[in-house]
Design a protein around this ligand. Structure first.
Ligand code: MG
Length: 455
């Protein structure tokens, strides 16, 4: 379903280009009008320089539509999601552009169950926006804005879901890299409440994100790794701009991509819970399948995007989901990505284990990955994918988002870009050599299929 403004996670754009006061006012009116007739919404924002003024515009639009507003201040996105459920509000909004550079901003729209709204509602909002079928000033009475600090309640819920006594006894040390963003306001305090000694890096809020940028790319988290090594930390954790993701590093200072940490969380849950389903997008590593098979569990695949993982977890009553970008979903807390919850769970895993984090990760199934892109005009994409599905032999073919061809110890994923005339090709195998061969084979396979339909 094509959308004009909503992307994989909310509406985002450059401030002064797409994100102007006029646009934010009108889209907020459309959101309020489409989502609610009356009721309460909770709102929070990230620490960008443009966030306070944009948040005031959103609030004004909601008040003018007769909606009560609860303002949570500058907070992580998962805290707003928690607040929607905790306060039994009718919806939530976060003014944030997550991991995008400082000149961006955007809106994440949260449904009454605390999860980002689905595509049908995104489309409904856009139609309301285009048709301008909203009316400001329909309220006869002034609605209220209530300011609320829910950080203590949020921290309490997270702390209540891990083994505090065990973690306290272990006397762990952690380095937290907040990326000059909102994770800095919560994660150090969550961990200190668990008796973990915290050394913080980039934990002063700065809307320009001068420390290491706001995307927690493991290659940019060198200072966090260095600090972990220097202070003899047991682990380190870095967040993105709205702290719904967590990237971890070990006691030696090595930083891991999210596929390693989610595999570790999966392994831990499958050993400790009767609920043995792990929910993850089709782009995730086969390591999660190996782990599930070894521990008597199963993997449920979803399209790429956190909304799909959350919705599938609720539909199938699953306890854990994960994304290779460092998104961890833990249902006893909430079925959405939550970087703070992930940090607390890592404390629990290390407190329980006699091994170091580097040892735990080295015991996980090892795979290598590579990716490439190839040009393909939009009108040929469906034909090419159909052709590949019909003509290629694989152990299993998953076609919920692009085409994923799974072989005994490798896979190829061919995904059409939603915004560009290209296919993205991902491959994974047990050795670096095999990955390179597989990547070249995949490019050839897709190029040949494209050629068939080009004339
Ligand atoms: Mg984020």
């Amino acid at each position: 379903m094509k959308r004009k403004y909503f992307g994989t996670n909310g509406i985002r754009g450059v401030v002064g280009k797409l994100i102007t006061p006029d646009f934010v006012s009108r889209i907020s009116s459309a959101i309020a009008s489409y989502m609610l007739d009356k009721g309460t919404m909770v709102i929070g924002s990230d620490s960008r320089l443009s966030s306070p003024s944009l948040k005031e515009i959103v609030i004004s639009s909601f008040l003018a539509q007769g909606i009560e507003v609860i303002d949570l201040g500058i907070v992580p996105t998962p805290l707003v999601q928690f607040a929607v459920s905790y306060l039994q509000a009718d919806m939530g909004l976060v003014v944030t552009a997550s991991h995008n550079p400082p000149e961006f901003n955007g809106l994440k729209v949260i449904d009454s169950d605390g999860i980002e709204i689905d595509i049908v509602k995104q489309k409904g909002i856009e139609e309301t926006f285009e048709a301008e079928t909203y009316q400001d000033g329909k309220t006869e009475t002034n609605k209220n804005i209530t300011k609320m600090n829910l950080i203590p309640e949020y921290i309490n819920q997270i702390v209540g879901l891990v083994d505090v006594d065990l973690i306290q006894k272990k006397k762990l040390t952690a380095v937290v890299d907040g990326g000059n963003a909102v994770g800095s306001l919560v994660t150090p305090y969550v961990l200190r409440n668990l008796g973990i000694r915290v050394v913080s890096v980039n934990c002063q809020l700065d809307g320009k994100f001068p420390g290491r940028g706001v995307e927690p790319d493991p290659r940019k988290l060198r200072v966090m790794g260095y600090a972990a090594n220097q202070v003899k930390a047991d682990f380190s954790v870095g967040h993105d701009g709205d702290a719904d993701r967590a990237i971890f590093g070990d006691e030696k200072g090595k930083i891991y991509f999210g596929d390693k940490s989610i595999a570790l969380f999966e392994s831990w849950i499958l050993q400790n819970s009767d609920n043995k389903q792990f929910v993850t997008p089709v782009s995730s590593s086969l390591a999660v399948v190996d782990i599930a098979e070894n521990l008597g569990g199963s993997v449920t695949w979803t399209p790429v995007g956190c909304i799909y993982v959350s919705r599938k977890m609720i539909a199938n009553n699953c306890i854990l989901g994960g994304e290779e970008n460092g998104g961890l979903f833990y249902a006893p807390h909430q079925s959405v990505r939550d970087g703070m919850m992930a940090a607390a769970l890592m404390g629990n895993i290390l407190a329980e284990s006699q091994s170091t984090l580097s040892d735990l990760i080295s015991e996980l199934p090892q795979y290598y990955q590579a990716k490439e892109k190839i040009k393909c005009s939009n009108n040929l994409k469906e034909l090419v994918m159909e052709d590949i599905k019909t003509n290629v032999q694989a152990d299993e073919i998953i076609s919920i988002d692009g085409v994923k061809l799974i072989f005994s110890d490798s896979w190829i994923l061919i995904r059409p870009s939603g915004t560009e005339p290209i296919f993205r090709i991902f491959v994974e195998a047990k050795s670096k050599e095999k990955v390179e061969i597989l990547l070249q084979d995949s490019l050839k396979l897709v190029a040949e299929a494209i050629q068939k339909y080009q004339q």
